[in-house]
Write a protein that binds this ligand. Structure first.
Ligand code: SF4
Length: 212
């Protein structure tokens, strides 16, 4: 069966590609990610994927990079993350399904479901929707259980691993989350030091009392 798999990046492609090939599919990856901002970041992720695909003999197909259309379809939802991500999946899967139909593929899938930070259920719904619209199969797989393996293998391969999903909103959200985690870690550290100081003072006082 000819399967066209939307590839969001190199690290997330490793496990789904292996799984679909082992399942007997004739797999082509499709890099269709107009969501990724800025353009240099889009190219960096593409080059990471392409370098790995070339060493493995993996077929890779490229779509257009059209951030203006992404802004008008998904970016307009701003901080409403679930709606924004739904439209972001929709845009990419519609492009995927259209190419798959034109080029005679039997089914489509995506590597996005590797990430535990995505809306898995929405991914499945949107993949099905895009496939139904052109009359081909949607071969959705929940790959979240493969996330630790994807992380380990991509580190071993020295792949570039981005620290935000892709759009400029996600870059800002991830930076804010990192700041919040940093502040929480700092507060926890201060609390531990304070508690130890108190315990030390308590022990010293008790020791003094025993000496009288
Ligand atoms: S967070 Fe990721 S999936 Fe959601 S809109 Fe941004 S790039 Fe798309």
């Amino acid at each position: 069966m000819k399967l066209l798999v939307h590839a969001c990046c190199g690290p997330c492609s490793l496990e789904p590609h292996r799984w679909f090939v082992n399942a007997g599919c004739d797999v082509t990856l499709a890099y269709l990610n107009s969501n990724i901002h800025p353009r240099e970041e889009n190219l960096r992720r593409l080059e990471t994927l392409r370098a790995w695909a070339e060493t493995q003999g993996v077929s890779l197909l490229l779509g257009d990079y059209d951030p203006e259309t992404w802004e008008s379809l998904a970016g307009v939802y701003g901080s409403n993350r679930e709606n924004r991500c739904r439209m972001c999946y929709r845009m990419r899967f519609e492009e995927l399904a259209s190419i798959a139909k034109d080029q005679g593929y039997d089914a489509i899938s995506t590597t996005l479901s590797v990430s535990p930070y995505q809306f898995t259920q929405v991914i499945e719904e949107e993949l099905q929707r895009a496939a139904d619209a052109v009359g081909i199969e949607a071969l959705f797989q929940d790959f979240r259980d493969r996330y630790p393996d994807a992380t380990r293998r991509s580190r071993e391969l020295g792949m570039y691993r981005q620290n935000y999903c892709g759009c400029h909103f996600s870059n800002e959200e991830a930076a804010q989350e990192r700041e919040e985690s940093k502040a929480a870690r700092k507060a926890a550290k201060v609390a531990i030091i304070t508690a130890r100081e108190k315990a030390r003072e308590f022990c010293a006082e008790k020791k003094k009392e025993m000496e009288y």
